[in-house]
Design a protein around this ligand. Sequence first.
Ligand SMILES: Cc1ncc(COP(=O)(O)O)c(C=O)c1O
Length: 395
Amino acid sequence: MKLSQRITHLTGGGSDGWDVFYRARRMISEGHVITELTIGEHDIRTHPTILDAMDLSARQGNTGYAVVPGSDLLRDTVAARIQARTGQKTSRNNVLITPGGQSALFAAHVAVCDPGDVGLYLDPYYATYPGTIRGAGAKARAIQTTAEDAFQPRAQQIDAASDGAVSLLINSPNNPTGVVYSRETLNGIAGVCRDRDLWLISDEVYDTQVWEGEHISPRTLPGMAERTLVVGSMSKSHAMTGSRCGWVVGPEEVITHLINLATHTTYGVPGFIQDAASFALNAGHDLEEEIAAPFRRRRAQAIAILATQNTISLVPAQGAMYLMLDIRAAGLSGEEFANALLDTHAIAVMPGESFGKAAAGHVRVAMTIDDDRFAAALRTICEFATGLAESHAAE
Ligand SMILES: Cc1ncc(COP(=O)(O)O)c(C=O)c1O
């Protein structure tokens, strides 16, 4: 039987640098001890106080169908949070609660892309981006950023790629690069969106993990609240990846349509999860900082370790739970480096190539194991790269 192109063309085909990831998984399942630095998931679990709120809510009976747009409490809480961060008036009517940020990314694209429209995204990119745009029926068009420009996208490049486009997807703090977009970058992006009449889909799921500089939501910028859809999530800020709770924030008209979409797709998010999320968001900054603190510490460790060598250079690690290491001086591609590192030292990292073309010659290291093992792994990576660079130079 024929299947739809929408489903069969969702992924681009080919493994594109993911072989090493699957190989590491296989080795772990066969009993090998692998230092696993591939996945963007905390090494802690959801906080006990959040679990208590979830348990209480479920026991009080919130286990039936929940209201589709999200509970008033959670929508109000998210609206207040976004208003405090952007200075833009935001009410529950601007908020749809979704099963995680990924579902929000998909819904946002369905809201603004017709079949055949072009949806823009920036390379390097979070793995699901092109498939999400294609899944919404649009053509996914990548715009390359460069390591030399610290992976900050430039307005001119976006403008040059904008013919036929209806949307632009950005992500700051960024996965995989760890870069936080500067005000100058965001002003440039906003200018192109206004000139070219583009929707801006702003993935801000790492907005509580900012180590340097400031997180600026483009919803703040002049003329942008009416054309920006902000995607947020409880996954990274509150170590609630398995709870599947996120949101889209945007103009009321868009949210009204997205509520229809949710009615016909997800039918909402479980009430006890929403109550746990409301509790977590209202628990305040200290809890968020407690969850972000291990990454802040490990980033500082990494900077100190990397300062002792000069083979690997670090892409400015301003936010999120990853480090992007430029290993080009070692004379291998990111994929070759990651495979050799796995074989030689049983350390698994993601090749830059698995996030598109722009991060070739890099590897992404997730800071998601305990401090001592993390520091030891990073020292090994540095020694390994230096050894490779020396033998490369001797060739
Ligand atoms: C940049 C980015 N956006 C969205 C997501 C999806 O997060 P969620 O767990 O909320 O679906 C992730 C998850 O890793 C991510 O890295």
